[in-house]
Design a protein around this ligand. Sequence first.
Ligand code: AMP
Length: 118
Amino acid sequence: MCLFCKISNHKIPSNTVLENDEFIAFHDINPKAPVHILVIPKTHVESFNDVDSNIMAKMTLFIHEVVNEMNLKDSGYRVITNVGDDGGQEVKHLHFHILGGAKLAWTHLSDTDPKVFL
Ligand code: AMP
């Protein structure tokens, strides 16, 4: 069972923000912003590559609930999902990062200068 399946099954603890039968939102253990929440489906889906539109439709509504719960709607926030090696995905269970609580930087997205690829 993967790390995030263990969290969704309550086999390991998390700092939960919201939960229903299909999704759970919890604080990232290593926050990159004042607010850093992870949203996952309870069903194991490896990444955004594998998610179907039915789950995504419901997940969108759940993410909106989390955004409201954390009072981020008006101030703004960022939603990110990392996919695969180039995307920097460490945990192979689909998760959306919700980052907010401050004006977020938009720094270089690769260790290599992007101009190298042009
Ligand atoms: P990613 O690099 O997109 O796969 O993101 C994985 C995220 O999971 C990272 O931001 C980690 O800090 C976070 N993380 C890893 N283990 C835990 C945990 N036990 N509880 C909460 N967040 C975690």
